[in-house]
Design a protein around this ligand. Sequence first.
Ligand code: MCN
Length: 756
Amino acid sequence: MGNRYIGQPLKRREDGKLVRGRGQYLADLPSGAALHLVLVRSPYAHARLVSISLEEALQTPGVVAVYTAADLPELYAPASGPREGRLALHPLLAREQVRYVGEPVVAVLAESRAAAEDAAGRVQVVYDPLPVCADPLEALTAPPLHPSLGTNLALERTVVSGEVGRAFAEAYRVVGARLVEQRVAPAPMEPRGVLATWDGVREALTVWSSTQMPHDLRGALAERLSLAENQVRVVAPDVGGAFGAKINVYPEELLVAYLARRLGRPVRWEEGRNESFTSTIHGRAQVADLEMAFDAEGRVLGLRGRVVADLGAYALETTLGSAPGTLLMLQGPYEIPALELRLQAVYTHATPTGAYRGAGRPEATYYLERLMDMGARALGLDPAELRRRNFIRGPFPYRTRTGAKYDSGAYEQALDRLLEVSRYAELRAWQAEARKQGRRVGVGLCTYVEITGYGWETGGVQVNPDGSVLVFTGTSPHGQGTQNAFVQIVAERIGIPPERIQVVQGDTLAVPYGMGTAGSRTLSVGGSAVLQAAEQVRAKMTRIAAHLLEAAPEDLELGEEGFRVRGTDRGVALEEVIAAAFSPRKLPPGLEPGLEGRASFTLKEANYPFGAHLAVVEVDPETGQVQVLRYIAVDDCGTVINPLLFEGQQHGGVAQGIGQALYEGIFYDAEGQNLQASLLEYALPRADQVPHVEAHRMETPSPTNPLGVKGVGEAGAIAATPAVVNAVLDALEVDHLDMPLSPEKVWRCLREKAVT
Ligand code: MCN
C-alpha cells in the first residue's frame, strides 16, 4: 500500500501534552458546582444487612443527600456472556445482602469530597456475617451465592475431539499439574472516575467517564435510566490506562448519572487507589488441572483436564466472557490430535473478575507453555526442540480442535528467528558454564498464538477547505497512541501530511457509533474503517483532479506534489483539488461540494497473532530474588503500521507479564478479605525490575482486513508470564511452582532442595 507513512516510526503525538502533565483526565475536569459522591463499601465478604443508620451522616456539614438501596429504583449494571451462562447482576447498591468486600452499600453526596468522606465515616451499618466461600474449587459444591440461580456454576463447557483415552493409554510420558493463574489487579495509573450533568431544559445527560467504550456506556445509560440514546452524550477524556478493566459499565457509572438527574446537579465520583483494589474487576483467577501426553519422539498425543474460573460475586459485562477464550485457545500453536477439556466458571465471595489484558489467552498460553516445559524435562529434550516437533505448519486457514480458525501463521519461523536473534545455542552454553560456577541462571521460552479483533467499527475522514483533515473513529484508545496510526493510514492514502491531520474520538456526539477499544481490535477493525473512508476521499479527489487536468481518472497518480498524469509532467497540486472540491463551478458534472468519506467495516473473522519470547533470569540463592537479565520478543502481528507504537505495546505487555510471573497477586483469606488491597501489599514491577525488551518483529499479513494487520496490544502480556516462569523454574531445576515467584517462594524452594 505504499510506505511513505505506513510502516514509519512516527512519534506519538499525544505524548507532548501527557508527559508535561497537560492531559485532561477525569479528575482534571472542572468541578464547578458538582456534588462529590463517596461510597460506603462492605467490610464483609458475605453478610446480611441488618440495619443502616444515616442520621449522623446527614448532620455532617456539607452533606446534601445520603442514599441506600431502598431509596433507589431497582437498577443493575449490565452483564453479558455466552447464551448458556447464568448471570448474577450487580446492584448499584447492595440490597439485603453483601457478597464481597468492597460492594457499595450507601451513597453519600456532599459539597466537597472531604465532607462526603467525613459523612461516609459516620454511616452506621450493622452486618450479620454469613459463611464465606472465596475459593473457586470449594464454590463448586458450596451453597449458592445467589439462591435464585440454584448453583454457583455460571457456565460449563466441554470440548472433546479425537481419541483422548487412547492417546493417554499409549503415551510414552504424561506430564501434568495443578496450574494456578492467580488473581491480579489491572491497576491502571488512573483509577476509574465519572462526572455527570443533567440539563433539565434540554432533558439531556452528559457523562464523562474514564472508559474504553463510550458508545456502550451511552447505550447502557439510556436503557437503564429510561432515556432515549439521543438524550445521552458520553465523553471519554484522556484515559490513563485501562487494560480491559474499563470495558465494563460499572455500578458507579450508572449511579452517578442517575443521581445527577435526580438531584439536578452535576455529580462526580473518583475512585481512590485503595478502593480500586476491591471495586474494579480483577483478572485471570483460574485453577487448571491439566495433563499432556507425549510419544517417545516428543510429539503431543493428547491434552485433557479441567479449568475452573473464579468469577467473583457478580457478573459485569466481561466477567463471563474471558474464560471461554481460554478453552478456545488451549491448542495454541501446536498439533494436538486429541483433547478433552472442561471449563467451569463459578461465583465466589470476591471482587468480580473480567477482561484483563489478554482475557483468557494468557491463561491458555501459560498452561500450554508450562506443560511443554514439563514435557521437555520428562523427555530429556531441549524445550525449543520439543516445541518445534509439535508446531502447526498449515495449511491456513487452520481449524483447531477447540474451534478456532487461525487465519495465517508461521510458528516455526518465529521460533527460528528467536533462536537466531537470542543466539540460543550460545546462551545455553553460557548457562552450562555459569551453573558450573554455582550461579542459578535459567532460560525460558514461550511460543504462542492468540486471537484479536472482533465486531465492526466506523471511520470518517473530513477534508476541510483549508486542507486540514479530521479523522473520526469509534474506537477509544487509552494509552496505545493509536492516533498516529490513523493519521498515517489517512496521510498515506490521500497525500495530506500527518501534521495537517487531527483525530476525533471518545465522544458519542462527534462520532455517532462505535464499539470502542478492546481485544486488540482498534487497528484491524477501526483502522480498516478509516482506510475505507480515506479511499472514498481519494476517489473523489481523483475525479476532481481528472476533471481539472482533462484526463481519465485511471491515468492519474498521487505523489508528493499532488496528482499527475502518469508518464507526463502534467499535474495539479493537492490544494487546487481541495479548493475545487468546495467550488461548485470547478466540479465535474454530477459531483456535489465537500470532501469527506464515511465507512463502516465489519471484521468477519478474527485474526491470530503469534510469536516466540525468551527470558534469561538469575536467581539470588541468598534472597530468592529473581533478576530478569535479558528479554527477547519476536512478535508477528501482520503488517505493522507504526513500529514505535508496536514496540511500545511489546514493552508494556512484557512488563505486565513479568509482574504477574514474579510479583503480583491478590489472595483472599478464609473470611474473604482481600489481602493485597493497596499498593503497599500489591507489588507492581518497578522500572529496575523490567529489563530492556529486545523487540523484534515478523510481518505475515492477515487476510482478514485490507490493512493486513493483527492486534499487538496484548501479545506481550500473554507471552511474558510463561517465558519468565519457565526461565525461573529452569534456574531452580524444578518441575513447577505457582506464581508469583516471589523471593520468599523461590528461597523456600531452594532451601527445600538443599535439604532433600
Ligand atoms: N499497531 C501497529 N501495527 C499493528 C498493530 C497495532 O502499529 N499491526 C499499533 C496501533 O496503532 C496501536 C497499538 O499498536 O497504537 C495497539 O493496537 P491494537 O493491537 O489494535 O490494540 P488496541 O489499540 O485495540 O488496544 C487494546 C489493547 C488491549 S486489549 C489492552 S488490554 C491494552 C493494550 O491494548 N491496554 C492498554 N495496550 C495498552 N496500552 C496502554 N498504554 N494502556 C492500556 O490500558
